[in-house]
Each structure stands twice: as C-alpha cells, then as structure tokens.
Design a protein around this ligand. Structure first.
Ligand SMILES: O=P(O)(O)OC[C@H]1O[C@H](OP(=O)(O)OP(=O)(O)O)[C@H](O)[C@@H]1O
Length: 185
C-alpha cells in the first residue's frame, strides 16, 4: 500500500472518536472468554476465525480458553479496503473437517450481517453439529441478513469503526482501542 494511504489512515486515527479504550476492550474479551468456557468447554469445539478482521480478537481469546479445542481460519471478504461492503468473495475455506463439530465463529464486527450469515450457512451445509458465533462488536444498524451473534463483546452506533482487527482501507487493525471515523462536519 502507498505511503499516502498510510498517512491518510494516520490522519483519520488522529481525528477519530475513541468509543472503547484498550482496558475496556480487554475487559469485554475476558468476559467473552468466561461465557465461551461456560458454554463450550467439554464439547471439543472448533473455533473458526474469519480472516483478516478476526485475527486480533482470536489471538486474545484463545489463551483464555483453557480446555480442549481446535482452531482454523476461513477467508471471506466483502469490504476489500472500502468503507462499504459489496459482494462476498470466498478466498479460503477451512482445512478442518466441520462435519459433526461444534463450531464457534470468532469475528471482529457484526455489521450488515451478510458475512456472518454466509459463514453460519457454510458451516451448517458442511454438517457442523452446532454453530455459534461470537463478535467483539455488534454494530447497532439495519441488518441486511437476519442474524444476531450468540456472544457479543461491545455494542456501537452505526459508524465506520477501526481498531482491534477492524481496518480503515487496510490500515489501523493494530490500533488498541475501538474508534469511530470522525463524521464530516
Ligand atoms: O456484517 P457485514 O456487513 O457483512 O460485515 C462484517 C464483516 O466485514 C469485515 O470483513 P471484511 O470484508 O472487511 O474483510 P476483513 O476481515 O479482511 O476486514 C468484518 O471482519 C466482518 O467479517
């Protein structure tokens, strides 16, 4: 990516509104870990991380799940560096066998719902015994697919977000809080 885009992203970061600071996000992840443990410990679940946004959350959640589980990834994307979603493009399907497994999808954000609905559908078609979903952020917005997550970390207004895995044009996934891009004056 260009230096100009990196500079744009950093300017967006400086002007953005912090919705949740790092301590608050980590607290939400701790709570989610407890909820997942209560629900899925003993079920030998398969955690499925949609790339790329889910990677930061998955990396923080996994070491807090102190029971047998497997981890794999899936790659389906529909924003592709833009601030509005389009068609869902499938890039990678999991290598793990899903049939008969208790699957937990771990993603950064539930927005219009199209991605999560397609992922849940995919897991069911592959024969998963159960499919649960966990998102760090549930955006309060008009869903375009009828879906809600089973485990939710934090809720936000319908603003474009970045940080904790969520990107602004491919940047800012590494920001350690959850931010909303400033609205035009
Ligand atoms: O609810 P939706 O409106 O469908 O949006 C949610 C999805 O959008 C993001 O993925 P994106 O396509 O941006 O790819 P990324 O994970 O590489 O950022 C995010 O990680 C979710 O998977």
């Amino acid at each position: 990516m260009s230096d100009a885009l990196a500079a744009e992203a950093w300017a967006v970061y400086r002007a953005a509104e912090c919705l949740y600071d790092e301590t608050t996000v980590r607290g939400a992840v701790d709570r989610l870990a407890g909820e997942v443990t209560a629900a899925l410990a003993g079920h030998n679940p398969l955690l499925l991380c949609p790339m790329t946004g889910g990677v930061v959350l998955a990396g923080h959640l996994l070491p807090q799940l102190d029971f047998p589980l497997e981890f794999d990834y899936i790659h389906a994307t529909r924003y592709a560096g833009a601030l509005r979603g389009g068609e869902l493009t499938w890039k990678v399907t999991p290598t793990a066998e899903l049939a008969g497994r208790h699957v937990l999808i771990v993603d950064d954000v539930l927005d219009r719902g199209i991605t999560l609905a397609a992922l849940v559908d995919f897991c069911r078609r592959e024969g998963a015994a159960s499919v649960h979903s966990l998102v760090l952020v549930d955006k309060r917005c008009r869903r375009e697919a009828a879906i809600e997550a089973d485990f939710v970390g934090l809720s936000t207004p319908d603003r474009y977000l970045f940080g904790w895995g969520m990107d602004y044009k491919g940047y800012l996934r590494n920001v350690p809080g959850i931010y909303a891009v400033a609205e035009a004056p």
